[in-house]
Design a protein around this ligand. Structure first.
Ligand SMILES: [Zn+2]
Length: 684
């Protein structure tokens, strides 16, 4: 493209002798700015594309009626509890708080007659904090982020009957990154934040305007980010300006004309997943992801709700975007979902069975790898893989730690022993001294065990699926001499709820550009992380190797903070080893002794949870450590009776332990006689 086509080779006979009018050259910076103004807020919004985004809005009674019940004392009650209370009338503009409090809204919706036949009806709810939409009979449907992010919920077809319909919204008084004051996320949270309900309205969206918004966003990015010495950049600029010229405020037909012009650059197939069917060779594999820190700027208790909000979002999006494949790690979070949100867990299980939702990682949480003992690292995999196998029918093949603060040299060996041959991270791209030299390589442990490692060159695990992310998937790839493919891990983390519809629409257009114009690396959707690594493994023999630790050159200070938390971890590791030894001997000596497997599972799961990468190192807020202290206290409380139960199985005659463990056993008995509390001194 960009040159002559064969049909243009014949000289034209009607080329005028006289120039009919002056024609100016596009001044690049002025026309680029014009693209921004086409969809900018502020002084432009009543006259540009934004003025045509909606075909109607209903924000008053009787179309929207709001009631609220304020949960007491920062509690997080269940749906059943919440709806059993009386709701008092409230309205848009009201404020809710303080930080960490929960408020339940009863929302009665009645679509106005003049909107009933509109193409796309949504509830727009923005209270600047996180929320979860529930049906009136207690089914959690979809999360909300707030602050302009993920504020839409598509109304079901059944709401188009002109009658009243009730839903509930559970409001959590925290933003997606907690309650930090001002703009500095890692400051201690403000305990007295209040949130204003800015929007609660039924909106009839104009789908043509919404799609055009994404069209010009991505073509505009090509105009801004492709090199100025490429014809592809100039064509993008020209296409955008042709679109703007064709736009007529108030004329809905002009939106269709604009979209037709956009096809010159993005092709005709971006309105569906069909765009990915061109069969051309792809280099970038897009995979949806939601990195939910099990605690960080919020406690575990809030993470349980974050997982529910985020994963329900993904189940909903998969129904609307067939190309979406989503991977999520941390068996602990799946277990919380199973216990607290069985409806969402069943939806997830169904998507797992369909091959769309991919449990990944193989470990209990995304844990620290520098401080846990070797046994703890093994247990992370044991408990993680066991959960995945028993709940989803198979173990994970890929170890997934995109955000942990460095990687022990033992990990490839432990991965192989737990059935995983692949590893993904990207944290080393944050190094502040040395740039890690590889994107794809074999990572080798001290014993020579290896895993295929990939570090996404877009250098993020929460990509916004921007044009630039796709571009960087090639331009920042450091292993192009061996393999040019890469993974693009996109989706909002923590309270952002994973991929959004905007991410999916943007990627369709990026693919359209690659197939229509070129220059942009060709992205593909629909494959899993394992599909990506399957292909890499075929070539792995030729990849470079990296022996030993993957040392992370940042966040080092965390390892000298929160000493109590670290002490709890180490003490638990020591004690659990001894208790398991005692219980094992007791079960060998006394046939009536029942090995307390559930107690050990509970204790280990608590220890493993507190090894999460923002917990054990020390990067979480005080509130999270109060909670991890409580988790540790509960574990400690089980030590005494587990010990007593196992010791009660030892009769005087049976106090002759098996030969191999006699030394340890004698030392344990000596220690426990002198110190009723179990102590690390019992270690051999
Ligand atoms: Zn993290």
């Amino acid at each position: 493209m960009g040159g002559e086509t064969p049909s243009q080779k014949k000289p034209r006979s009607d080329y005028p002798v006289l120039a009919p009018k002056p024609v100016g050259q596009l001044i690049s910076n002025i026309y680029k700015e014009r693209i921004n103004q086409f969809s900018a807020r502020g002084q432009w919004e009543n006259n540009n594309l934004l003025a045509m985004m909606n075909e109607g809005v209903a924000s008053d009674e009787p179309h929207i009626q709001l009631g609220v019940w304020d949960a007491p004392d920062l509690t997080r009650p269940t749906f059943k509890d919440a709806v059993s209370h009386d709701f008092k009338k409230t309205s848009v503009g009201s404020w809710f708080g303080p930080s960490w409090s929960t408020h339940w809204f009863k929302v009665t919706l009645k679509v106005p007659g003049d909107l009933l036949d509109k193409r796309l009806l949504e509830l727009h709810w923005d209270a600047n904090n996180e929320g979860l939409i529930w049906t009136d009979d207690g089914k959690p449907l979809q999360g909300l982020t707030g602050g302009g992010e993920r504020i839409e919920w598509v109304l079901p077809e059944s709401f188009r009957d002109g009658e009243e319909h009730t839903i509930y919204i559970e409001m959590a008084c925290n933003g997606m990154f907690g309650n930090a004051p001002g703009g500095d996320l890692i400051q201690p949270p403000d305990p007295n934040k209040f949130f204003r309900l800015d929007r609660a309205e039924i909106v009839a969206v104009n789908p043509d305007a919404r799609q055009l918004y994404i069209d010009i966003w991505i073509i505009g990015d090509a105009a801004r980010e492709f090199p100025s010495d490429s014809w592809e950049q100039h064509k993008a600029l020209k296409t955008c300006n042709e679109i703007i010229e064709a736009f007529e405020l108030g004329n809905k037909e002009s939106l269709k004309t604009c979209r037709k012009i956009a096809e010159q650059y993005i092709g005709p197939n971006v309105n569906s997943a069909k765009v990915y069917d061109s069969g051309k060779e792809v280099v970038v594999s897009g995979i949806g992801h939601c990195h939910i820190d099990s605690c960080w700027l919020w406690p575990f208790a809030e993470t349980k709700r974050k997982a529910a909000r985020s994963w329900s979002n993904q189940c909903d999006l998969m129904d609307r975007y067939p190309e979406l494949n989503f991977s999520c790690s941390q068996a602990q979070q799946y277990k919380w979902l199973k216990e607290l949100y069985p409806y969402i867990f069943d939806r997830v299980k169904k998507k797992v069975a369909e091959g769309r939702f991919h449990p990944i990682g193989g470990s209990w949480v995304e844990h620290d790898t520098n401080m846990p003992s070797g046994e703890s690292l093994v247990r992370q995999f044991l408990y993680g893989q066991r959960f995945y196998e028993s709940n989803f029918g198979s173990r994970c093949q890929t170890f997934w730690l995109p955000d942990t603060f460095g990687y022990s040299s033992q990990l490839p060996q432990l991965c192989r022993q737990s059935g995983m041959t692949r590893f993904l991270t990207q944290k080393l791209s944050w190094n502040n001294i040395n740039k890690f030299p590889h994107t794809t390589f074999n990572w080798v442990a001290l014993d020579g065990s290896q895993v295929v490692c990939h570090m996404p060159p877009s250098e993020t695990y929460t990509a916004e699926a921007h044009f630039g992310d796709v571009k960087r998937s090639m331009s920042q790839h450091k292993s192009l001499d061996q393999d040019a493919t890469s993974m693009l891990v996109f989706g909002k983390g923590d309270g952002g709820g994973g991929p959004t519809w905007q991410h999916l629409e943007k990627l369709r257009r990026c693919r359209g550009i690659s197939d229509t114009v070129g220059l942009l690396p060709r992205v593909h959707m629909g494959n899993s992380v394992d599909d990506f690594f399957d292909r890499l493994e075929l070539k792995a023999d030729s990849f470079v190797t990296w022996y030993g630790e993957l040392y992370f050159e940042l966040h080092r200070g965390t390892y000298t903070t929160q000493s109590n938390n670290k002490r709890n971890n180490r003490k638990s590791e020591f004690v659990l080893r001894d208790l398991e030894l005692l219980a094992t001997i007791a079960s060998l000596k006394d046939k009536s002794y029942k090995y307390p497997k559930k107690d050990f599972d509970d204790m280990w799961e608590s220890v493993l949870l507190c090894q999460f990468h923002d917990c054990l190192p020390g990067s979480s807020i005080r509130m999270a450590y109060d909670e991890s202290d409580e988790v540790s206290r509960r574990t400690t409380g089980k030590w005494s009776y587990t010990r007593a139960n196992s010791l009660s199985s030892f009769t005087p005659n049976s106090l002759r332990p098996p030969k191999s463990s006699s030394k340890i056993f004698r030392r344990y008995l000596a220690s426990s006689r002198s110190n009723p509390q179990l102590s690390p001194t019992v270690l051999p």
